[in-house]
Design a protein around this ligand. Structure first.
Ligand SMILES: *Cc1c(COP(=O)(O)O)cnc(C)c1O
Length: 394
């Protein structure tokens, strides 16, 4: 058959089923261990002369289906599903960098990622070299931080929570020149709107908790790359640190992925409409949305994304105090962290998701105290606008 479109691949996309009972939806293999036929069979599997499942920390048929699906969606060779987005990020970075090494990362990233890089990797004598928003668009500035102990480059685009967009192709060219992998956290865009591996990145990571699962009911993570790379990460980290995902969670992510295209279209349309409305509101001083013509990185977003995603950040006149009033007075929007759910969520990065940064670090990363982050759901955009209008009028 002719190559499938992305929309069709999201629904079908993999041909394997591990079931013999012709289910439309594959069963959940909730088992920790797998029976051997006899002692020789067990020994052969351990030696690698026979293929087969042994133990769910190492591999599981339901988890395999999710991994195959994610490799197809990201156009990579192979994927690893993990217990959370953070465990995916920790696994990749600790597999690639060892004490004495360094890496170059954008300073505007998920708060947990920042804390992991800045505290835990530093404690292991692995040095993060952060690049601030004013310089991440400059090839020379990125290049300046790379030396022969640099083991990877790392970015999030669009970035959490400022919605900065970073040029994947440009960073990938720096990575190639220096023979190191570029890792892209693709959580905000999802595999439907952006495919970093096609743009030269070597590894994609996701918090599957967000758009991939899409229903706010699980925590999970994904790593995608070449087979050589994922085999290396498994051997070097996954097998013995053990960040395995539950087969039940893997199954829920697979179920969520079926509607990814529909959801991302609606999230993106809602976000654009709400961002345009916010931009025109007299009490709103700033709106950050890559789909707006006024966004400084709009041209990069247009080049590397299919649509602009469901995340919007904004500031209101009166800064933090005024922003708190909005968050405390919305009725439809839900005051909660996380993102990518069907419900619209609203939160305050400086005191919540990005409180892992000091005030100075936040300032350098462009995360102002007044910034409010919205994750647009799939409700009717006019209802969301009415809710925000009411909260802003109080
Ligand atoms: C939530 C998030 C993470 C962390 O993922 P968890 O599943 O919560 O561990 C990493 N990166 C981004 C961009 C996120 O939004």
């Amino acid at each position: 058959m002719k190559k499938l479109t992305k929309e069709t691949e999201i629904v079908h996309g993999i041909h394997t089923t591990h079931s013999t009972s012709r289910d439309l939806v594959p069963p959940i293999h909730m088992t920790s261990t797998f029976k051997f036929k006899d002692s020789d069979h067990g020994a052969e599997i351990f030696q690698g002369t026979s293929q087969g499942y042994v133990y769910t920390r190492i591999s599981n048929p339901t988890v395999d289906l999710l991994q195959e699906k994610m490799a197809v969606l990201e156009e990579g060779e192979s994927a690893i599903a993990t217990s959370s987005g953070m465990s995916a990020i920790a696994s990749v970075s600790m597999a690639l960098a060892k004490p004495g090494h360094n890496f170059v990362a954008c300073s505007t990233v998920y708060g947990g990622t920042f804390a992991f890089f800045n505290k835990h990797l530093r404690d292991l004598n692995i040095e993060p070299r952060f690049i601030h928003p004013s310089s991440h668009g400059s090839k020379a500035q990125v290049e300046r931080l790379v030396d022969n102990q640099t083991k990877f480059l790392y970015m999030e685009t669009p970035a959490n929570p400022t919605l900065d967009v970073i040029d994947i192709e440009m960073w990938a060219s720096v990575a190639k020149t220096h023979g190191v992998p570029l890792i892209v956290d693709n959580t905000f865009a999802s595999s439907y709107l952006q495919r970093p591996l096609k743009l030269g990145a070597e590894i994609v990571v996701h918090s599957a908790t967000k758009y991939l699962s899409g229903h706010g009911d699980i925590v999970g993570g994904i790593i995608v790359g070449t087979e050589k790379m994922t085999d290396y990460i498994k051997e070097e980290y996954i097998m013995h640190y053990g960040p395995a995902i539950s087969p039940f969670n893997a199954w829920l992510i697979l179920r969520g992925i079926k509607t990814l295209a529909l959801r991302m279209e609606k999230h993106s349309d809602n976000a654009l409409k709400v961002a345009q409305w916010l931009e025109a509101h007299p009490k709103v001083t700033e709106v950050h949305y890559p789909g707006l013509n006024t966004h400084p990185d709009h041209h990069i977003a247009k080049k590397q994304m299919k649509k602009f995603g469901g995340m919007v950040a904004f500031e209101v006149k009166g800064g933090l105090e005024a922003g708190k009033k909005v968050m405390d007075n919305v009725e439809l929007c839900i005051l909660a962290v996380s993102l990518g759910d069907c419900e619209t969520l609203i939160q305050h990065p400086a005191s919540m998701t990005h409180s892992t940064y000091t005030k100075e670090e936040r300032a350098k990363a462009g995360i102002t105290d007044g910034l409010i982050r919205l994750s647009l759901g799939i409700e009717d955009a006019d209802d969301i606008i009415r809710d925000l209008e009411n909260a802003l009028s109080l």
